[in-house]
Design a protein around this ligand. Structure first.
Ligand SMILES: C[S@@+](CC[C@H](N)C(=O)[O-])C[C@H]1O[C@@H](n2cnc3c(N)ncnc32)[C@H](O)[C@@H]1O
Length: 325
């Protein structure tokens, strides 16, 4: 048995995996973290709100990556139920990915101590036994049991939102590789917006999301030091996009590479990251890499003027020089 209950500094009980030494939801405990980081931090309420003109028929699709002890998934279902009591809401199709049902079974056996599973036991039992469950009020839940990096390549559904909650990049590197995240990015709706939230703020995680095609920003504050990460297909939907200061810090990082990036792919990965459209949203002047070259050429004096303005000034200077001759 790999799992046991562990009390967190917040006082909450969480599942601890003794095989890899990782605790699920170690910051605030399972329910608080599921609610604050994944439900509130992802804008799930906005996604579920019925849209004028489209009514409340078009379903919202949520990928729950790493079902674990089901805190994130149940928090999403409870959010949907709460909104439905207030008014019209879109149906929710929840798709959970997991390769090990032990944490769910362990959590069910300790439902009384964990608290948040109470009342949900019948739907969790049905999900584990049959791989699906449907609620009476526009909720459906499917389980994809198996290895996520492989499953996501074959996933037929398109998602609006992704709760990305594997074990850490150290313990679970294949989940955080560019190839896996590209698999998620491919599951966006045609022309549609997709958002992803995750607890990791590592440079390697954010770089992997950028290389997979997302735009990336800081998410909610997890503690005094760290911010969660949000990623989106559209730059404009990020509250606090990563900017050139982040890129410059990434360049100075000792190990900035996404998990499983082979050494001979790093040069290409670096160039792809530098060419990402995220930076052109900020850049008034030369692109960051070119700015460095320009600075080296100018002996360290950085020319921060946009290139077109530099050209205009050079032309004016040339004209003035010709006229004064
Ligand atoms: C941090 S826990 C998830 C906690 C969960 N979201 C919750 O709310 O309780 C990470 C989960 O990812 C699952 N996982 C790790 N590698 C996986 C893989 N390759 N495919 C599918 N699931 C995986 C683990 O078994 C574990 O349950």
């Amino acid at each position: 048995m790999a799992y046991r209950l562990k009390r967190q500094s917040s006082g909450a009980l969480a599942l601890h995996n003794s095989a890899n030494g990782e605790t699920m939801h170690p910051v605030w405990g399972p329910w608080e973290e599921a609610t604050r980081l994944y439900v509130q931090g992802s804008g799930l309420e906005n996604l579920l709100a019925a849209r004028p003109g489209q009514g409340d028929r078009e379903e919202a699709v949520l990928f729950d990556v790493g079902l674990g002890a089901a805190a994130n998934a149940l928090a999403a279902l409870e959010c949907h139920a709460r909104l439905r009591r207030r008014g019209p809401v879109r149906p929710l199709r929840l798709i959970s990915f997991e390769n090990d049902l032990e944490p769910l079974r362990f959590a069910l056996a300790h439902a009384g101590q964990l608290g948040y599973l109470l009342g949900h036991e019948p739907c969790l039992e049905a999900l584990a036994a049959e791989g699906r469950w449907s609620g009476a009020h526009g909720q459906s839940w499917e389980l994809r049991l198996g290895d996520f990096p492989r499953l996501i390549r074959e996933e037929p559904r398109r998602a609006d939102l992704v709760f990305f909650d594997p074990f850490s990049p150290r313990a679970n590197p294949d989940m955080w590789s560019v190839a896996t995240l590209e698999g998620i990015f491919r599951c966006r709706r045609p022309g549609g917006a997709m958002r992803l939230v995750t607890y990791s703020s590592a440079f390697s995680t954010r770089a992997a999301l950028l290389l997979a095609g997302f735009h990336v920003g800081a998410g909610i504050a997890l503690d005094g030091r760290r911010r969660a990460t949000e990623a989106a297909t559209y730059f404009s939907s990020l509250a606090e996009p990563l900017d050139l200061r982040w890129l410059n810090r990434w360049k100075r990082e000792r190990d900035p590479w996404p998990c499983l990036t082979a050494p001979d792919r790093r040069r290409q990965a670096r160039q792809t990251l530098l060419d990402h459209s995220q930076w052109s949203q900020f850049a008034q002047g030369p692109r960051p890499e070119r700015a460095e070259h320009a600075m080296a050429r100018s002996g360290g004096k950085r020319n921060l003027l946009p290139r077109r303005e530099q050209a205009r000034r050079r032309a004016r200077q040339g004209k003035a020089a010709t006229e004064s001759r």
